[in-house]
Design a protein around this ligand. Structure first.
Ligand code: CO8
Length: 372
């Protein structure tokens, strides 16, 4: 068995931001248009009027202040409410592939590696833009990597679940250097016209290099002390978009074919699951939660992260569990990796940290790291 490290990370950040003020302004115009269009049914009491959203609610309920998106004019157009993306010909690098290559190149550079050093590519995200060929195989070719590639989806836990697959492959010798990449184009499957969740998501792509400790050349290497995954079925976060929609003669634009959730239930149910998961994992590795120098948590809700950390360490400071969701919003599986990417430079050799994701499934994944 080989000792395994994370030796580099990368972040692709889309060019456009949407502030809460911009988002709410366009959402409220959409509401006014819809209510005007259905004024007769609303007056007759056969239809409920839609209600305005508010910046104050969004910031208080979630901690989100803005989000990055690949395209904003379509999202902010009250007669459309989703991005305008251009279809690409088959012989051109796909959009997810383009994001993945940008983030991966950064991660490779940090790790002091090139595409040729990679012998496995795992593309792990909440949605893939096509059924096949696997995105990972296209990314493998674009980077000049060898070995094999495959796609996987565990919603918000896609990155941590993929890191465990990468760590196991390197530990057992079936790969030497694995790229885990998370292109999360959440704007494509977000319900921008639903007041309960229109503010939640942002687009981004992260990448992580997992390799054998004895091949790592960077000074910024993080030994993987352990990984742990858990799932428990729940319908509280669900999207019914899928390849059987046509055969079922269902409406591809129906509300259930985009993201939907029972946010309050998710909040209540997932906090204790995540805290117990991290505590159990650390305990089995012989570490007390209070001895952990940093937690890089899933970024869905500020209050949720504070509760998880308070349960674990009795303290919820930004130093212990940095937040990036104020700037990025919820970026599905990429959130905890963005936190790790941006908030690790100040840790010293020997410091222990935990990456942990939680979300749809339900799913929880933790990766315990020690700075070399
Ligand atoms: N503006 C103003 N008022 C609002 C708004 C709004 N936009 N939305 C709701 N309200 C009102 C409600 O109507 C309600 O009013 P009333 O009290 O009169 O009934 C009141 O505000 C409170 O509503 P909620 O109970 O819904 O509000 P919460 O305090 O629960 O906050 C949150 C809502 C922010 C959604 C919160 O519940 C939350 O963050 N929950 C956790 C969610 C979570 O962690 N989800 C994980 C999902 S991510 C994941 O797993 C990946 C999925 C794959 C990616 C998909 C990409 C598209």
């Amino acid at each position: 068995m080989h000792s395994v490290v994370i030796s580099g990370t990368g972040l692709y950040q889309p060019p456009h931001t949407i502030t809460n003020a911009e988002l709410v302004e366009s959402f409220n115009r959409y509401v006014d248009l819809q209510n005007a269009q259905h004024a007769t049914e609303i007056a007759a009491g056969t239809r409920e009027p839609l209600q305005h959203s508010s910046v104050e609610f969004i910031e208080k309920a979630s901690g989100i202040k803005q989000r990055y998106v690949l395209e904003k004019s379509g999202i902010l157009d009250p007669t459309r409410m989703y991005p305008r993306l251009q279809e690409r010909p088959d012989d051109q690098l796909s959009l997810m592939g383009e994001l993945a290559v940008a983030a991966s190149q950064q991660a490779l550079q940090q790790a002091g590696k090139t595409g040729a050093d990679i012998d496995a590519v795992l593309c792990a995200a909440s949605n893939m833009q096509r059924a096949y060929p696997a995105m990972a195989v296209e990314i493998q070719q674009a980077l000049g990597a060898g070995g094999y590639g495959f796609d996987m989806n565990v919603a918000c836990s896609s990155a941590t679940f993929a890191i465990e697959q990468a760590v196991n492959a390197v530990r057992t010798g079936s790969a030497k250097c694995v790229l885990v990449v998370n292109p999360e184009i959440t704007s494509g499957h977000q319900a921008w016209n639903d007041r309960d969740c229109h503010f939640i998501f942002g687009d981004v792509c992260t990448a992580v290099i997992v390799e054998r400790a004895d091949t790592a050349t960077t000074a910024d290497a993080w030994e993987v002390l352990g990984t742990r995954l858990a799932t428990q079925f729940s319908n509280n976060i669900r999207n019914n978009f899928g390849f059987l929609n046509r055969s079922e003669d269902s409406d591809p634009n129906a509300r259930d074919k985009t993201f939907r959730q029972e946010g309050r239930k998710v909040f209540k149910e997932v906090v204790p699951i995540a805290a117990a998961h991290i505590e159990g994992h650390l305990s089995d590795l012989g570490h007390a939660p209070s001895a952990v120098r940093r937690y890089w948590l899933h970024q869905a809700n500020q209050g949720m992260n504070q509760l998880v950390i308070k349960k674990l360490a009795g303290d919820a400071s930004a130093d212990l569990a940095p937040l990036i969701l104020d700037e990025f919003a919820n970026t599905a599986s990429a959130g905890s990796i963005i936190a790790f990417h941006k908030h690790r430079a100040d840790l010293a050799a020997g410091d222990v940290g935990v990456i942990c994701s939680f979300g749809a499934g339900y799913s929880v994944g933790s990766v315990v790291l020690r700075k070399r």
